[in-house]
Ligand binder design. Sequence first.
Ligand SMILES: *[C@@H]1O[C@H](CO)[C@@H](O)[C@H](O)[C@H]1NC(C)=O
Ligand SMILES: *[C@@H]1O[C@H](CO)[C@@H](O)[C@H](O)[C@H]1NC(C)=O
Ligand SMILES: *[C@@H]1O[C@H](CO)[C@@H](O)[C@H](O)[C@H]1NC(C)=O
Ligand SMILES: *[C@@H]1O[C@H](CO)[C@@H](O)[C@H](O)[C@H]1NC(C)=O
Ligand SMILES: *[C@@H]1O[C@H](CO)[C@@H](O)[C@H](O)[C@H]1NC(C)=O
Ligand SMILES: *[C@@H]1O[C@H](CO)[C@@H](O)[C@H](O)[C@H]1NC(C)=O
Ligand SMILES: *[C@@H]1O[C@H](CO)[C@@H](O)[C@H](O)[C@H]1NC(C)=O
Ligand SMILES: [Mg+2]
Length: 653
Amino acid sequence: MSLLLIFSAAIFILPCLSEGLQFSYSSFDQNDRNLNFSANSNVDFQSLQITRNSGSADVSNTSGQITYTQPLQLWSGERNFSASFNTTFLMNTSPIMGGGTNATGGGMVFMLSSSPAVYTLPNSFGQWLGLFNGGTSQQDAQRVGIEFDTFKDSFDPDNNHVGIDVDGSVHSIATASLSPTVSLTTPDLSNAQGINTSVWIEYNGNLHILSVYLANQGSDILTRPSKPAITQNIDLRKYLPEVVYVGFSASLGTILEAHCIIRWIFNSTDPPSHGTSFTGLIVGLTVGGLAIAVLAATLVCIWIRTKNRKQGLLLGDLSDLQYGPRKFAYRDLKKATNGFADDCRLGQGGFGAVYKGELLSSNGIVTQVAVKCLSQKSKQGEREFKAEVMSMGRMKHRNLVQLLGWSYDGNRLMLVYQYMPNGSLDQWLKLGQEGVDVMGWERRYNVMKGVAAGLLYLHEEWEMVVIHRDLKPSNVMLDSEFNARIGDFGLARFIDIEEDVAQTATIAGTPGYIAPECIEQGMVSKETDIYSLGAIAVELATGRRISTSFLHSLSRLFEEGTIQSAADPRLPNFDAAQLEILLRLGLACCHPNPLERPTIRQVVHALSLAEEAPSPSPVFSMSYFSGSDKPSDICIIENSSSSILSIEMKDGR
Ligand SMILES: *[C@@H]1O[C@H](CO)[C@@H](O)[C@H](O)[C@H]1NC(C)=O
Ligand SMILES: *[C@@H]1O[C@H](CO)[C@@H](O)[C@H](O)[C@H]1NC(C)=O
Ligand SMILES: *[C@@H]1O[C@H](CO)[C@@H](O)[C@H](O)[C@H]1NC(C)=O
Ligand SMILES: *[C@@H]1O[C@H](CO)[C@@H](O)[C@H](O)[C@H]1NC(C)=O
Ligand SMILES: *[C@@H]1O[C@H](CO)[C@@H](O)[C@H](O)[C@H]1NC(C)=O
Ligand SMILES: *[C@@H]1O[C@H](CO)[C@@H](O)[C@H](O)[C@H]1NC(C)=O
Ligand SMILES: *[C@@H]1O[C@H](CO)[C@@H](O)[C@H](O)[C@H]1NC(C)=O
Ligand SMILES: [Mg+2]
């Protein structure tokens, strides 16, 4: 009986793949059960090493393979389906000392194979790239390779080309030389770093077109060039079975070279879910066997689907996912946060509650995320929302909390962010509380620099001007190294702040961070963000909540030359020059006249100056606060104000 079950399961596994293959690796782990390594392959420096990169053994004339063991439904005759797929990877080929000569050697292949089994084919070294060995066995032939060849054999155009290999032959059916735009490697043995190459392979299963793009963009996969290095009409169904496995192979000849994959992303289209026509497959089974087979098939289908779904949840560290933020299903986020359980709740931000969630990646690694449930209605429909989220997802900076994904189901809007293990700045500043442990000076100054750098990116460095509108310590998140990362940026672009009464209360509850002109006239501009930044600077330096009268007394201390006395008394020590610069900046940024406030670039510059020059000269005018001007003119509304309700974007986008 159990034999029969296994038998029918084997029959039914193939037609049951009803979701595309998706995964994303930003680093690799040798124990990953989804990867199969050949004897000469391993993980080193968290990268796939397709051929051995170290050790004392002679590795000349060897080859290696690594496959991803989950299947890819490439096509289906029964279901009239031909998959499209995209894969992107960052590879590095470095010359290895000891190869002796100044020449490039070896080469690497992205392969589609009929089997997940890895084995180094005998004599598949050198020109064979680990892919074939000149034999004619059916299985060996059932591979297609996209080669990145760094050695010129007699049939090759040069030692720096891409090619498409089928039918057991490394005499590529199409090749393209990459010089001089892209270099796969360097002959310079002294360059042990090698060269990183980003590769994009796109296959359109409907049109049967394969395109490969390459770029040398340094340490990360950045933008795909618009022009492919090679485009080929090829119907993969002619060369490969319906279900295939993806992976890499590489080989060495007498010249040695490391072949590694640093990151790898794969995505394919979903096959249509199959109908009921299994007849072809189950002919020959007895009627009793048939019933059991159907039962078994159903179980296997369910098992595979659940498995795939789980796998599709979140793949690797999505901050590297060049396809942008992903869409999550509500139920997946619900599951990840234990049903939005109270003990997963991280807090209530300006725009809604935030929950900690755990998502399981394809390689079994748990990724921690923060899920923000927006309490407001979106101003737009799903399409526009998605467009905004996509553009926010493209904002990448080390001082911004990275947006990983989103979920939208008509009325529930959710955003999925990187999880920040050290919470938010307000939790460490504990404004106004005495006798508590607080963040030390060095970290505080570093936080200020981080916030300023993040704001510089939003205001000036990104492709559009982004006004934050709600910058305050509870929106300054801290990563594991206590670097500041601005959260909630860009949210105002699509959330209707006016809608929600609770939201109004939140803003009004922390009036200190809002520029006076914003409250009075409802104006939002870069300068209003600068005001908020000034408030953060003052609070970092003094540990006291900002208020107009406090700003006024600070400017008096400057006049009297006793500004050091304003330092947060809970600090065991601090850098006097840095304290002064923070307070000067704070006062300048909180200048009631928006036009007198420094730009973010000036702020960043001033912060770095303080490190070079121990005793900085005054940077900005703070004159408004001194003398007999009446700071009480600056109206900071202490309670809910209707003018907040009419905040409009000026031209901040
Ligand atoms: C590697 O193979 C080449 C060509 O087949 C041969 O000339 C060379 O001696 C081999 N080297 C080693 C170390 O086996
Ligand atoms: C299979 O799909 C292709 C394109 O998707 C279509 O042109 C063709 O008519 C389909 N064939 C059958 C038998 O449905
Ligand atoms: C990995 O490859 C070996 C052959 O080297 C094969 O026997 C094994 O089944 C493969 N593992 C998986 C999970 O496919
Ligand atoms: C190898 O290349 C390096 C860098 O181009 C050069 O300095 C060196 O002289 C070359 N060695 C030989 C043996 O050609
Ligand atoms: C290649 O990328 C890795 C990972 O991002 C990086 O550490 C390394 O410095 C890069 N190497 C070169 C030569 O750009
Ligand atoms: C692959 O990338 C192209 C171009 O970016 C896109 O149009 C296509 O939808 C992608 N296909 C898959 C399966 O992701
Ligand atoms: C994968 O491709 C499908 C179909 O083109 C697309 O809907 C999906 O968003 C893609 N996923 C990723 C992570 O790019
Ligand atoms: Mg070649």
